[in-house]
Ligand binder design. Structure first.
Ligand code: HPA
Length: 234
């Protein structure tokens, strides 16, 4: 047990999928894993361990934003020995070519700051995904016929953003989408020598201002979970 995770030693798999929403962790585990078992519910942050095609997997909520994700990712890596961590979540599209329901595989994650800014100080560190996972996820997405984009994303500190000028610069520099967790996941994975990737579904759009109706979200979310699971065990 750690401060924020009640699982016993051995109850967390080496492969962990991290949706922001704990109820999505429950849904994904019950939909895609064999024999899912609840292994954490401290503070309502649900975590389930089961198996996918015979491989042990944990699906655990990260909460919203990098400070929350950092707590869970630190404990999963340092205390439970997680070796492959894949964020599965939604993002806002930032390019015209990126459509609602498309999947984005985040090669890099820019930010204004992360919980690691205090360590990096003057260094503009470039948090990047694990290549083996990125390559495998691109292959899995192609095999499923899901429209997919690979490139840079932006991990924001605020959902209610008051800097339209900054979004303009990111759009201009090819950033595909915005979410709030990946940059710190990549920082931590690189620090501790484990693998990480963010697989994101476009749920809303900063240019067109469209948003996915809630009944569409489940199916799109399912494609993303399967891409993440296939990539983890490729
Ligand atoms: N901003 C930040 N995070 C998000 C967004 C957004 O527009 N959409 C989904 N996650």
């Amino acid at each position: 047990m750690t401060i924020h995770i009640g699982a016993k030693p051995g109850e967390i798999a080496e492969t962990v999928l991290l949706p922001g929403d704990p109820y999505r962790a429950k849904w994904a585990a019950e939909t895609f894993l064999d024999d899912p078992r609840l292994v954490n519910e401290v503070r309502g942050m649900l975590g389930y361990t089961g198996s996918y095609k015979g491989n042990p997997v944990t699906i655990h909520g990260s909460g919203m934003g990098m400070p929350s994700l950092s707590i869970y990712a630190n404990e999963l890596i340092r205390d439970y020995g997680a070796k492959t961590l894949i964020r599965i979540g939604s993002c806002g599209g930032m390019q015209d070519k990126v459509k609602l329901r498309d999947v984005i595989l985040a090669m890099t994650a820019s930010s204004i700051s992360t919980p690691s800014t205090g360590i990096f100080r003057e260094l503009n560190f470039a948090p990047s995904a694990d290549w083996s996972l990125l390559k495998a996820a691109a292959g899995a997405a192609e095999a499923k016929g899901v429209a997919t984009h690979v490139g840079g994303i932006y991990s924001a500190d605020v959902f209610y953003d008051e800097r339209p000028d900054l979004n303009e610069q990111m759009i201009r520099h090819g950033i595909l989408g915005v979410e709030m967790e990946a940059a710190e996941l990549y920082n931590l994975a690189l620090r501790y020598g484990v693998r990480a990737l963010a697989v994101l579904t476009v749920s809303d759009h900063l240019i067109s201002h469209e948003a996915l109706p809630s009944e569409d979200r489940e199916k799109s979310f399912g494609d993303m979970v399967e891409i993440a699971l296939e990539a983890a065990f490729a």
